[in-house]
Design a protein around this ligand. Structure first.
Ligand code: F0G
Length: 445
């Protein structure tokens, strides 16, 4: 065994202990989601920090994983079953240009797009896919907007399992779709949206022995927690004032919140950051829920946004996310299509880049500063969830100036011109290149 933490699967609604969960990971009694709860007794924070630091020097795959390095805070999986592609270990970057644009003194980005398959999904997938393997499943499956499927396909293949991917036809970027194909998944494009794919999958897992790897699977959430642990280690265990995260199916915000609450319980920190969640205006069911009912009810919406990763109208983990907002005094914010596109190019101009769904964090931060919720002297960490190369089509269209052509956002999009850097076609001569350079800066030579 990797370690011996005692854990239970508990319903977040009625508290029932579900030692043998149903295939859709919902409580038998009240249909709420499950979460993993630990009995952490007697764990010394200083020795935990010391072991985690020590493992940076180890050559063992389990220690080199930025997820399993924190295994004392994860459910135990025997080492032989663990599937790792050295996920986690992602950088924390300064974003000086974006800080100025947002109106804060200092801005950091934890870039989860630097994971092996290019998104934060790998941190959760290593745990949940390992559990599937330990339980002897031959097939695993997910519904996805593209990143979960890319990640699941990779981990399933590495672990000798077959992967079934259900994605909405025409609504997944080519980069993500091609990953799923190359990693060997059976990839089905369903004629519906993400929420429709999820409905089909929930029914499917009740009928056939196939293991569900969406973030309703509580083991996914446990792995995703480690981004917060790693962030705290990178900040020498001083929590930032604010963490800002995109909201789609709402698993990631739930995971980060759970991590900070457990860190406080364990004495790894005494203070919590405020965790705020940002959604696209066209896919904003959580924002509406908070606004209309204080988070008591959630009415699904028909989702539409070019940030296709978060094009989700009926988020499964919304109750967990509401708890995180309440426990950390966080806020919700919504941002427009043009605001997302602008923020994405600004993160790119800081030399970092990310996919559109990740850029909602910067767009949301600007609004939270304007509202006075984030003050200029406070420390802020954006969670960038996916790599720039996940969606090159969006980026090319943006720089060519036709991202919003023929859409209702066309007029508003004139604000984007200063960030557009379309490629220039020139004659193949030195003079032509020098003439072009001179347009940008007077060179002396
Ligand atoms: N950012 C990216 C790049 C994502 O791929 C997702 C979700 C999110 C943010 C939102 O995270 O769902 O935990 O709130 N992508 C899922 C998928 C739905 O299928 O890849 P969430």
């Amino acid at each position: 065994m990797t370690h011996t933490t005692v854990h239970h699967l508990v319903c977040i609604g009625c508290g029932a202990d579900e030692a043998q969960p149903q295939p859709d990971f919902r409580c038998r009694a009240c249909s709420n989601l499950l979460e993993i709860s630990y009995a952490f007794g007697g764990t010394d924070p200083a020795s935990l920090k010391g072991s985690w630091q020590q493992r940076h020097l180890s050559q063992l795959p389990l220690d080199q994983s930025g997820v399993w390095r924190f295994r004392e805070l994860l459910p135990p999986v025997p080492a032989d079953f663990v599937i790792t592609i050295r996920e986690g270990n992602t950088p924390l970057y300064e974003l000086p240009l974006c800080a100025r644009l947002a109106g804060v003194d200092r801005l950091l980005a934890k870039h989860q797009g630097m994971n092996p398959t290019g998104s934060f999904k790998d941190t959760g997938m290593t745990v949940a896919a390992s559990v599937a393997r330990q339980q002897g499943f031959r097939w695993v499956a997910c519904a996805s907007t593209g990143n979960t499927s890319a990640s699941m396909a990779a981990y399933a293949s590495r672990g000798g399992m077959r992967a079934l991917v259900l994605i909405p036809e025409g609504k997944v970027s080519w980069g993500k779709l091609s990953q799923s194909l190359d990693y060997g998944a059976l990839t089905c494009q369903l004629k519906t949206d993400f929420d429709g794919c999820m409905r089909v999958l929930n029914e499917l897992v009740r009928r056939v022995p196939i293991y569900l790897l969406n973030s309703v699977n509580p083991y996914r959430i446990e792995g995703q927690k480690t981004a917060a642990l790693e962030l705290m280690e990178q900040l020498d265990w001083w929590p930032p004032d604010h963490v800002i995260v995109p909201g789609g199916n709402l698993g990631n915000s739930s995971a980060l919140g759970k991590a900070f609450l457990e860190m406080r319980e364990l004495g790894l920190t005494s203070r919590l950051p405020r965790i705020s969640i940002v959604q696209a205006e066209g896919a904003n069911p959580l924002v509406r829920s908070i606004r209309d009912s204080g988070g008591k009810e959630l009415r699904p919406v028909r989702a539409e946004t070019a940030a296709s990763a978060i094009r989700i109208g009926n988020p499964a983990s919304w109750k967990k996310a509401v708890r995180v907002l309440q426990a950390t005094n966080g806020e919700v914010e919504e941002v427009s299509e043009v605001e997302i596109a602008l923020a994405k190019a600004e993160i790119g101009a800081d030399g970092i880049g990310c996919e559109p769904a990740s850029a909602v964090t910067l767009a949301g931060l600007k609004k939270l500063v304007t509202r006075g919720f984030v003050r200029s002297g406070e420390s802020v960490v954006l969670i960038l969830t996916g790599h720039l190369l996940k969606d090159p089509e969006f980026t090319l269209k943006f720089h060519r100036g036709d991202l919003f052509a023929g859409t209702p956002h066309e007029r508003e999009a004139s604000a984007l011109v200063s960030q557009q850097r379309a490629p220039i076609v020139l004659d193949a001569t030195v003079d032509a290149v020098i003439a072009e350079l001179q347009k940008h800066e007077k060179l002396v030579f």
